[in-house]
Design a protein around this ligand. Structure first.
Ligand code: GLN
Length: 451
């Protein structure tokens, strides 16, 4: 009731929730109370969570913040949310996001932008919460849920976490099942939690992660009790500092933040080593070929027949075209066009195949460093703090918006785990985040070091 009251009072301001499931929340909370009274109860018993609109929730609004999925209420539950409910969690509602998780500012949502609960000192300018999991990050930051599910294809958990002073972890590709999560780029998409601290992230990820026969890319490995990694020393841990992440024009305060993080780990007994990830500069361009290519294929299913919106036409082709023209927003259309282009005959080898080769090299860069004994890599999470809603520069040039992902996309391209943790405030009083990148399936190392 406290959380529902807070949402009812504040959601008009933040626009973090696209659907609030009052009745379902109370029903689930009541069932939870009964389990507790009977001496039962799971790891998340009674914990009220917000769910990104990308996760299918049975009988509940699921639209990936898109007009094309108007009215869609799935008859099935995503594996990740089913795992959370099995552990006793309670659903408060569905969270705003960039349409189909394409964006870095939550401004591509059909439901309009989300406001970051943070503002610069003495300023009344509204800031973005980051994206695509902007609703998740804003809701956690503004205490409109105890934790939230999110997804990360190129940075969509870590960047919004950094912009809102929250914690976000993208686990290793395959750690969480993608079944029932609306697909953006299937070889990059991973679910993970956004929470207020590292402990909550450890608890929530344990519940979300599982092998699943319905997703053949989910991996059959036991899920560790991540919480036991907290409080363990980082003494002797080898932390790599990649020189290629010192990008041109990086603001001084981001460099200072990075140095502060290095000093913290060093003081705690970690060994700091300079490393090189030579193909880093190709990651962003390769990502913006691979991700749209997969998206153009995944989004072919929204045809006005199977889901959501249908705009009538004079024949079936006309209906498809009218539905897709009306149903998708500008950024989604841009991705579909880029993706279709790079997959088309004549361009496939030059763009798509080339990007896949680059991807292999990026992955190999990380493997080399980890084989040389590095346990985790420390970088800034983002190249700046949160920026203003309707930023003129970014609106005029989509590539400027894409640069937000410069420190995060490499991790998705290589399938590695990455965590963003709040690391202090900038000169204007806005939160900044640091990122730790780990070996495949070594989320425990990230929890231990970031905690
Ligand atoms: N900002 C990136 C994009 O727009 C990443 C999005 C994501 O991780 N879902 O593709």
């Amino acid at each position: 009731d406290a959380y529902l009251g807070a949402i009812d009072a504040a959601n008009e301001t933040f626009n973090a929730y696209v659907a609030v499931t009052h009745d379902k929340a109370r029903e689930m909370a009541k069932a939870s109370d009964e389990r507790l009274a009977a001496g039962k109860g799971g790891a998340l018993e009674g914990i009220p969570l917000g769910i990104k609109d990308l996760f299918a929730t049975e009988g509940v609004h699921t639209q990936a913040a898109s007009h094309v999925l108007d009215g869609f209420k799935p008859r099935y539950e995503s594996t990740v949310t089913a795992n959370l409910w099995a552990d006793g969690a309670v659903m408060l509602g569905k969270l705003n996001m960039d349409e189909f998780a394409m964006g870095s500012s939550n401004e591509t949502s059909y439901y309009g932008p989300v406001k970051n609960p943070w503002r610069a000192k003495g300023s009344n300018v509204d800031l973005v919460p980051g994206g695509s999991s902007g609703g998740s990050a804003a809701a956690v930051s503004a205490f409109l849920c105890a934790g939230a599910t999110a997804t990360d294809t190129g940075g969509s958990i870590r960047q919004p976490a950094a912009f809102t002073g929250t914690v976000g972890i993208k686990p290793t590709y395959g750690r969480c099942s993608r079944w029932g999560t609306v697909a953006f780029a299937s070889s990059l998409d991973q679910a993970g939690p956004i929470t207020r601290d590292v402990r909550d992230a450890a608890i929530m990820l344990k519940s979300m992660a599982s092998v699943d026969a319905k997703d053949t890319t989910s991996v059959d490995r036991p899920v560790p009790d991540y919480e036991t990694a907290l409080g363990q020393s980082v003494k002797g841990m080898k932390i790599g500092i990649p020189k290629e992440y010192r990008v041109d024009g990086m603001p001084e305060e981001i460099e200072a933040l990075w140095q502060k993080g290095i000093a913290w780990l060093k003081d705690a007994g970690a060994e700091i080593v300079d490393i090189s990830l030579p193909h880093t500069k190709y990651a962003l361009p390769a990502y913006y070929i691979v991700a749209p290519a997969e998206a153009s294929s995944n989004l072919a299913r929204y045809d006005g027949v199977r889901y959501g919106l249908r705009v009538p036409g004079k024949d079936i082709i006309d209906m498809y075209e009218k539905t897709r023209a009306a149903g998708f927003g500008r950024e989604v259309k841009r991705r579909i066009m880029i993706g279709t282009y790079v997959l088309s005959a004549g361009y496939y080898d030059a763009y798509y195949v080339q990007a896949q080769k680059v991807r292999t090299l990026i992955k190999k860069d990380f493997e080399d460093v980890f084989h040389a004994g590095v346990d985790a890599i420390l970088t800034p999470a983002t190249p700046s703090a949160a920026f203003g809603i309707a930023d003129q520069d970014m609106a005029a040039d989509p590539v400027k918006m894409y640069l937000n992902d410069i420190f995060t996309v490499t991790v998705n391209m290589a399938g590695l785990p990455g965590i963003a943790v709040p690391a202090g405030l900038d000169g204007k009083g806005l939160p900044l985040g640091l990122q730790l990148i780990g070996r495949p399936f070594e989320e425990e190392t990230l929890f231990r070091a970031s905690h």
